[in-house]
Ligand binder design. Structure first.
Ligand code: SF4
Ligand code: SF4
Length: 284
C-alpha cells in the first residue's frame, strides 16, 4: 500500500483545483488576477484519485473540489466516486451542469459531513448567471437531500440581484450567504484583511510566510498560497513525489504586497469561527 500523507494539525483546508478554466466569465473573477488559463495541463481522474486517497483522512476536514469550475474536468464524476469514502467532499461550483446528471451519478450521502455550512456551495454571479435557472437547479438538489447552498459576492453593482436571490432562498428554505468582495475598485479596497499592506500594493517586500492549507493545482503541483498557484511560480512539491511530506513551516517569500486576497482575508475557519487567516506572515 502507498505511504499515507499526514497533514499538519494546523491545516484547515484541502483544495483540489481540478481546473482553472471556467464555462463562465465574470469580470471580477478572483482568478483574473493572472487570467484564467484553460490550457494548463490537468491531472487525469486516476491521478487525482491516487493522490487524494494517500492523504490520511481527518475528521471534519473535507477535500474541497474547486477551480475555476471543477465540473468541466472530463473525469469529474470519476474523481468524486473514486475518492475514499472516509474523506468528506465539498464542491464549489457555478452549477452550469444538469442536476439530474449529478443525482444519477452521486448519492447525497457522499456530501454528508458534520460542519455548519453546506457541502455543495453554488456561487451565484448575477453578471453571468440567470437567477431562476440557478434557484431551480439548487432546489432540485436541495429537495433531493443534497447539502447545498448559494453564495454571492457582495458586489456594489449587484445589490438588487443579491436581495432577490436572498429572498428567493429564504422562501424555499435554501441556505444563502454573501461573501465579501475582494478587490480594489476606483481607489476603494474591498475586503477585510489580516495584513492590509499585503494586497493591492505598488511595492513588494520580503517576508517569511506559513500557510494552513493544502493547495493542489490542476497539473498536480503543490503551492504555499493562491498567489503562487495562480501565477504558477515556486511550487513547493508535486503530487507525484513518492516521498512527499506536507509540512507547516515558515517559507521565504518576496511577493508580500502582491498577495492574493484569498490568502490574506480574515474569514471563518471550517467550524465557522471568525478571525481565521490562511497564512501567518513575519516581515523580514
Ligand atoms: S463562475 Fe467563478 S470561476 Fe467562473 S468566471 Fe465566474 S467567478 Fe470566475
Ligand atoms: S506573503 Fe503572500 S505571496 Fe508570499 S507566500 Fe505568503 S501569501 Fe503567498
Amino acid at each position: 500500500m502507498d505511504k499515507r500523507i499526514e497533514l499538519p494539525e494546523s491545516f484547515n483546508y484541502i483544495a483540489a483545483f481540478l481546473s482553472l478554466g471556467c464555462n463562465l466569465s465574470c469580470s471580477y473573477c478572483i482568478n483574473h488576477t493572472v487570467g484564467l488559463n484553460p490550457r494548463r495541463k490537468h491531472l487525469s481522474g486516476k491521478e487525482w484519485i491516487s493522490f487524494l486517497n494517500k492523504i490520511q483522512p481527518k475528521k471534519n476536514l473535507p477535500i474541497t473540489i474547486q477551480g475555476g469550475e471543477p465540473t468541466i474536468h472530463p473525469d469529474f464524476y470519476e474523481i468524486i466516486k473514486g475518492i475514499d469514502s472516509r474523506h468528506a467532499i465539498d464542491l464549489l461550483t457555478n452549477i452550469q451542469f444538469d442536476p439530474e446528471v449529478l443525482m444519477n451519478q452521486i448519492s447525497p450521502k457522499r456530501f454528508d459531513r458534520n460542519l455548519p455550512y453546506p457541502s455543495i456551495r453554488v456561487s451565484y454571479h448575477p453578471e453571468t448567471m440567470d437567477l431562476n435557472e440557478t434557484i431551480n437547479k439548487v432546489k432540485i438538489l436541495h429537495d433531493n437531500k443534497f447539502s447545498i447552498g448559494i453564495f454571492s459576492v457582495d458586489h456594489p453593482d449587484y445589490q438588487q440581484e443579491i436581495v432577490s436571490v436572498a429572498n428567493a432562498c429564504e422562501k424555499l428554505g435554501i441556505f444563502f450567504r454573501t461573501k465579501e468582495l475582494l478587490d480594489k475598485i476606483s481607489h476603494t479596497t474591498y475586503g477585510t484583511y489580516k495584513y492590509p499592506e499585503a494586497v493591492f500594493s505598488d511595492t513588494v517586500k520580503n517576508c517569511m510566510c506559513k500557510n494552513s492549507e493544502l493547495l493542489i493545482s490542476p497539473e498536480g503541483e503543490i503551492y504555499k498560497c493562491h498567489h503562487d498557484l495562480y501565477n504558477r511560480i515556486l511550487p513547493i512539491d508535486n503530487v507525484k513525489n513518492e516521498n512527499l511530506v506536507i509540512k507547516s513551516e515558515f517559507r521565504h517569500c518576496s511577493f508580500y504586497g502582491r498577495c492574493n486576497p484569498c490568502d490574506i482575508k480574515l474569514k471563518n475557519n471550517r467550524f465557522q469561527q471568525f478571525n481565521h487567516c490562511s497564512v501567518e506572515i513575519k516581515l523580514s
